[in-house]
Design a protein around this ligand. Structure first.
Ligand code: GLU
Length: 288
């Protein structure tokens, strides 16, 4: 089976250091395996989208030497596939409509469990649609973070598949498209480690196969928060890519060729001795 990896940014701002780490990490794993590297633009959340950032991210990647093997897939053009997955789950009675508000759920501990709604049905308002989550443990072995075990009823409960505004959830779109793109290994930041059990469960509900997972350390600001959420989430500069690419390789504990004068030299040097198993196993560190 050909290795197929992907980088799946959300267009919520320009490419920043944290997302460059995920892009470079996934690219190196794919190139090392002699496989393909794909880019997927996760543009299915219009309220969070920042105008121009999808184009900005796609233009920045080649400046860092990261060239995909196929044109980018835009999730905004994949609604028919999400509709079909939604109907498949609904036909199997795995979804239910829900009018519960966040504050109503907070009063009962925050999680929605066992298909038990607090709010009554309101035919005047569209519902959110949630997945019925049984008392189920999902186990998987992350290639860097080790064995994972999560009981979905305890950790997340009945999670949302389609929001009341009509937008599909990241979890559903991600699972449908990882399958559609035949992704064999998902390489991404450790902030998504706790989405993985939900995604594996959804794959099982939809009869899809499960890729391997490799969660890279998360880039933290000096304040200990995820970089993109901290003050220091400055975008990387595609017009001057060498400094950020050097920092990215150093962050991933990869060799940085001091004499390199272009991104290709830096990437080729890192790839020559690359060992995916030797990437840092911690879940996050700062890059100061
Ligand atoms: N779009 C997600 C993000 O930018 C990443 C999704 C993924 O890699 O699964 O955080």
């Amino acid at each position: 089976m050909t290795y197929r990896g992907r980088f799946a940014p959300s267009p919520t701002g320009q490419l920043h250091f944290g997302s460059l780490v995920a892009a470079v990490g996934s690219w190196l794993c794919a190139r090392h395996a002699g496989g393909q590297w794909l880019v997927r633009m996760e543009d299915i959340d219009p309220p969070r989208e920042v105008a121009g950032s999808a184009a900005g991210i796609l233009a920045a990647l080649p400046a860092f030497g990261l060239v995909a093997d196929a044109p980018a897939l835009f999730q905004s053009q994949r609604m028919a596939a999400y509709d079909a997955a939604f109907e498949q789950l609904r036909a199997a009675d795995q979804l239910f409509p829900c009018w519960c508000s966040r504050s109503e759920l907070a009063a009962g501990g925050g999680l929605h469990r066992d298909g038990q709604c607090v709010a009554t049905a309101n035919p005047d308002r569209p519902p959110a649609w949630r997945l019925r989550v049984p008392d189920i443990a999902v186990d998987f072995d992350d290639a860097l973070q080790g064995p994972q075990h999560e009981n979905l009823r305890e950790s997340v409960g009945d999670f949302v598949i389609r929001r009341a505004e009509g937008f599909y959830s990241y979890q559903l779109a991600c699972v449908v498209d990882d399958a559609f793109q035949d992704i064999t290994e998902v390489v991404r930041g450790s902030d998504l480690l706790d989405s993985t059990a939900r995604q594996i469960w959804l794959q099982r509900c939809l009869g899809l196969s499960t890729p391997a997972y490799r969660h890279l350390p998360l880039v933290m600001g000096a304040d200990g928060r995820k970089l993109s959420k901290s003050e220091q989430a400055s975008p990387v500069d595609p017009a001057d890519p060498l400094p950020a690419l050097r920092q990215t390789l150093a962050f991933l504990s990869l060799p940085v060729l001091a004499t390199a004068t272009d991104v290709q030299d830096l990437l080729a040097h890192a790839l020559a001795t690359f060992d995916p198993a030797a990437l840092p196993h911690c879940s996050g560190h700062s890059f100061a």
